[in-house]
Design a protein around this ligand. Structure first.
Ligand code: G
Ligand code: G
Ligand code: MN
Ligand code: NA
Length: 256
């Protein structure tokens, strides 16, 4: 079967699962939330990476029902995690939103309805959009971001540094969080240019009033460098890999 047909079946048969990767506050060392990462466990082919199927879902339009499934599952998990002490009240779960999903006219209603029906606090949900998405349809992008901000959810720019957004444009965007792409973090402390870029991006983000998450932190030297340069939050294998909900319940201790 072509992947598109397989994806339709996968949606009907519930072959998807959300994994959760911890995000940590560099100053307190405490867990502040998770990024939800979609996994497809095919009954015969096993694990299929999102980089293989997200583009197919995006091109076929299946990203709309799939993305809605992701948002609904994430909101349900937020409720569960909060009740069971796996997420602080002021913590969050970040969900990736693809370009087609972001530009869909129903997105704001879908999210608003999910917040009401699951009974979560709106600031417990964060949405991540990629930097490259920001360059298309500037006015409608800003309008949608403003509506999402009105709901009270947190807005993050993912993969920052890999697109081409101008600082002038960034300044106009109603966003809260900037995620420094893993490609800038992975060669710290060997690559001095990457260190300069990362510290400059953190300083710039702070001047714009944004909080900064560094992605892909794998070693303590990277964590130390980021802390010295006032990065707010971190995410990466050093702190924890994306985990199934079952693994999460086993691995993350209760905290206040
Ligand atoms: O774990 P990692 O292989 O999960 O993710 C690879 C890529 O897939 C990342 O760029 C990530 O943003 C994207 N991705 C993961 N989960 C989702 C999702 O639920 N929706 C969308 N649109 N992209 C996702
Ligand atoms: O594009 P986005 O930032 O949404 O995707 C996050 C991707 O990065 C996921 O595929 C996730 O599994 C992966 N990832 C998260 N932490 C690390 C890390 O420390 N090292 C590496 N190599 N990949 C990571
Ligand atoms: Mn992401
Ligand atoms: Na990223």
């Amino acid at each position: 079967l072509a992947m598109e047909a397989e994806l339709r079946i996968a949606l009907q048969q519930d072959q998807f699962e959300l994994y959760y990767q911890p995000q940590v506050d560099l100053n307190t060392g405490k867990l502040i939330g998770y990024e939800a990462l979609l996994r497809w466990i095919h009954p015969e082919k096993g694990f299929i990476p999102p980089s293989d199927f997200i583009p197919v879902a995006e091109d076929s339009g299946l990203i709309l029902p799939l993305g809605e499934w992701v948002l609904r599952s994430a909101c349900q998990h937020i409720k569960q995690f909060t009740e069971r002490g796996l997420l602080p009240k002021d913590g969050h779960v970040a969900v990736n939103i693809s370009p087609r999903q972001f530009h869909d006219a129903n997105l704001v209603t879908v999210i608003s309805d999910l917040i009401s029906t699951t009974g979560i606090e709106s600031q417990q949900l964060e949405v991540e959009i990629t930097e490259s998405l920001l360059m298309e349809n500037v006015d409608s992008t800003i309008a949608t971001l403003n509506m999402l901000k009105q709901l009270g959810i947190i807005l993050a720019i993912d993969d920052f540094g890999t697109g081409y957004s101008s600082l002038n444009y960034l300044k106009r965007l109603p966003i809260h969080v900037l995620k420094v792409d893993r490609s800038f973090v992975m060669d710290i402390p060997k690559d001095k240019d990457d260190m300069e870029i990362t510290s400059a991006v953190i300083a710039m983000a702070h001047k714009l009033g944004l909080r900064v998450v560094a992605e892909g932190v794998e070693i303590i030297e990277q964590a130390d460098f980021l802390k010295e340069n006032q990065c707010d939050f971190v995410q990466g294998y050093y702190y924890g890999k994306p985990m199934s909900v079952a693994d999460l319940y086993e691995n993350i201790r209760n905290f206040d």
